[in-house]
Design a protein around this ligand. Sequence first.
Ligand code: GCU
Length: 637
Amino acid sequence: MDKNCEFGYRAWLQPGKSLVVPDYTFSGDDGFALKELKRGLAKMNENGHGVIDLSVTSDLVPQSYTITGSLEDVVIKGGCEAGLLYGVYGFVARLHQGHTDFNVVEKPVAAKRILNHWDNITGKIERGYSGNSLFFKDGKVGYNLKRLEDYARLLASVGINEISINNVNVTTESAKLITDYLPDVVKIADVFRPFGIRLIISVHFESPAILGGLETSDPLDAEVASWWKKVAAHVYKAIPDLAGFLVKADSEFRAGPMTLGRTQAEGANVIAAALAPFGATVYWRCFVYNCMQDWRDTATDRPKAAYDYFYPLDGQFDDNVIIQIKHGPSDFQVREPNSPLLGNMDKTRQGIEFQVTQEYTGQQKDLYALAVQWEEIFDHPVTDKANTRELIGNKIEAVVAVANVGDDTNWTGHLLAQANLYAYGRMAWNPNLTAEEVTREWAMLTFGADPAVINPIVDMVLKSRSVYEKYNAPLGIGWMVNINHHYGPSVDGYEYMKWGTYHRADTTAIGVDRTTAGTGYTSQYHPHVQAMYENKETCPEEILLYFHRLPYDYKLKSGQTLIQYIYDTHFEGVEGVEGFIKTWESLKGLLPEEAYTPVKARLQLQLTNAIEWRDVINSYFYRKTGSLDAKGRKIYT
Ligand code: GCU
């Protein structure tokens, strides 16, 4: 590797060359965790003597750990091998943050902390913005063993414990991961296993027909059921600890049970029955909607779809099915309400799906702190008594996200996008952590402990979500992007298309009325949440246009009209990016050149993008409304 790139490659696992620790002797468990501990301490300076005792104990619940004692005498205990490993990473991370006394008790809130890779067997990554796949190359399984190990370490260090390796859009070729390519998947599983990470394979719903040569993949067909059983037995003989299969069915031109006149539950259950003897899980995605809508049809409202299909099936899914629900009812937009399915199906196991890859959120060209958005998503009420955060680890037992990595040397393209991967692991482990806490941790582990460096970086990262939102589509309306690559402004890009995502802006108003007087979407929520969204006064303003159709002269709480708000925020968004550039320039000389220069280049690119957004959005609305900017700034006509 080019020496200049090592900093980005190491991400938040920097060697800690300026840290001083005792010259340790080790006692107790001498397995993989000890190896990782020695590795974590290897480059630190030694002074004096100390002891670290490592052990696995049944006194602690699996995956949990404790760290106690002082720098000279440390005891790390894990509830299982993986728990001990987390304890070791947790100890090293705390050294980097200057801790010298330890009284740590940690237990993950969500038992399953999952990353989904949307990697194609061609080596390309769907919605990937940092190079090619770490698992596949040129139509085959292909990887760099050292790199995979280093990746596994990064993930384990933030507590990820399951990963799917292939795209949910399974092709005829990638369907063969459970047959022809299985021996290669075994090798990948072997790399991740010591790090406490189990694999998931995305499977094709029509596998019985495609791979098995059956006439149908109908889940109620006996031959189909026995085909899945046979294949599962074959797969689990090779990888006994495979976590399960992930399925995208009846979604975006992919076949599924509904295509065959069956329900989502019937579709999931036939696979679940095959996996049950192995204690494995079917992750069944709920991203089911009509992607062939006529834009003239105002009765159909896409956000309602997942709930309409899945809610009536509560109680019908087998015990080893987890339905995987995108956090919002649209599709990973900058601002969405939470899916009304979340926490609302009492008899169905649930997972919440996030997107770490920045599809609609700047594609790792623009800086965007997802942690800030996740914090809000966790805050989102489910009832009058509970918010989403409180359901993680209870009704919502899996936290899932689409990965943002590829084979770019620094993993994520934009160096600062590493913060999103770090934050995801940490917040899946503990959703009570704030965006600020995880961002600060990440910054210290990556850039060292100097507050003069850390504070400006943390500040800038935390602001980035709001800045991006300002120059994007206004007030939760979403979607005003190029229809293919989803980057850059195209206000009407989706407007006259089949995808069901319309802002319906005309010369007087914008938005879709999703209240009970409109499409009725709000009625899918608990009455408490429904009431909040139903009323313009109580609907959180930043998401007003998701729920209400409003005239451009509608007065916001600030006193601004809607049109003036659009103009103001778009100017402010550009100013925000200019501010980031200034902040970053103030760090020149304090950061490694290999971090400073590429991030600076991305921020410059972001400025160009923000200006493009500002001018396209402002001109669009000026042309619709004829309203001049009250502050007389330049709007292109
Ligand atoms: C988005 C994304 C697709 C992806 C889909 C999904 O629509 O643009 O690339 O396949 O989500 O989540 O399945």
